[in-house]
Design a protein. Structure first.
Length: 324
């Protein structure tokens, strides 16, 4: 598994030819605009070489489908839409990460891919080639209906059971036209958050934390920034963890605070909020000497659920009891 600053070297070789005919299929519209490719959003992200290593590391927490494509080629739009719809239907059990290999040729070179599209499954930092070239209608149905559930099952069998973060998307031009009569709503991403949100979508969670820090310095009362910072901090801290190793260490070292904090992180990422709260509060009940690191981690966790979540209220009350 690729971790830390280790350079990823895929052990696959995919044959392919440079597609010179793609030039006539280019469109000028950006993804999400009228006539453009499907936009990212939900559990679909666009990333780059800067965030690529983070994507590889994050695949140790939840499985990822990696689509190498060129978003200006209209022949790829049906594939991107079908994959995006199928991934979003899984509600976080898998993520689709898209990389524009025209803008990031070094990624195509690393995977030895000469043309788009190419699709890989990433599980625990390991790539598995799935597709090279445009699929037929039957093959596309197999990808969406059979392959994606199989990837999720394989990841779960490897102990990778986390939930991908949900990202607000940019509505397409057709969506905006269809909603012309609807009342105006606030933008999904406040302007001050745009850089931090972009970094998080690219998988650069440490960069997102730093960007949200700047937002909070300017406005300490920004509750949304505090929440998103806590989520990014959680992912930055846990992106390199091997889920199986973390859980085993927590079982082997029940008195070790770092082991318990690490497995609580895994629970939070997987959406097991009650388990994360309960684990740390139970630990704290028997280890009052570790109050500060556990309290600090719990306060970070408390920022993530909705304010009216009953699990949050119960955990706050129990922490207050343990503190005093």
């Amino acid at each position: 598994m690729a971790t830390g600053n280790q350079q990823f070297q895929p052990g696959v070789s995919l044959a392919g030819a440079v597609d010179l005919g793609a030039i006539k299929h280019q469109v000028d519209a950006e993804p999400g605009q009228q006539g453009g490719a499907p936009a990212a959003g939900g559990y679909v992200i666009d990333t780059s070489s800067a965030g690529f290593q983070a994507v590889m590391q994050t695949s140790a927490t939840f499985p990822i489908l990696l689509l190498l494509w060129t978003p200006g080629d209209d022949r790829l739009f049906p594939l991107a839409k079908a994959l995006g719809d199928a991934v979003n239907a899984q509600e976080g059990k898998v993520q689709l990460a898209r990389i524009d290999i025209a803008a990031e040729p070094e990624i195509a070179q690393a995977f030895r891919v000469q043309g788009a599209p190419a699709l890989f499954a990433l599980i625990g930092g390991r790539p598995m080639p799935v597709l090279q070239g445009l699929p037929s209608a039957e093959e596309l149905t197999q990808l969406t209906d059979e392959l994606i559930p199989q990837v999720i099952t394989l990841a779960q069998q490897s102990g990778i059971t986390g939930t991908a973060p949900y990202q607000e998307g940019t509505p397409s031009a057709s969506d905006q036209e269809g909603d012309a009569d609807a009342p105006a709503s606030e933008p999904a991403v406040p302007p001050a958050h745009e850089q931090a949100n972009r970094l998080a979508q690219e998988g650069d969670f440490e960069g997102a934390v730093a960007a949200y820090d700047q937002v909070l310095q300017a406005d300490p009362s920004d509750a949304l920034a505090a929440r998103e910072r806590a989520k990014a901090l959680l992912l930055a801290r846990s992106a390199q963890l091997d889920v199986r190793v973390v859980r085993q260490q927590a079982a082997d070292k029940p008195d070790d605070v770092e082991s318990q904090l690490a497995v609580a992180d895994i629970d939070m990422i997987g959406g097991q909020i009650a388990d994360a709260f309960g684990r740390l509060l139970d630990y704290l009940a028997g280890h009052r000497d570790q109050m500060e690191p556990v309290r600090k981690r719990l306060l970070e966790f408390f920022l993530i659920p909705e304010a009216n979540d009953p699990r949050l209220k119960n955990a706050r009350q129990r922490l207050a009891t343990l503190m005093y």
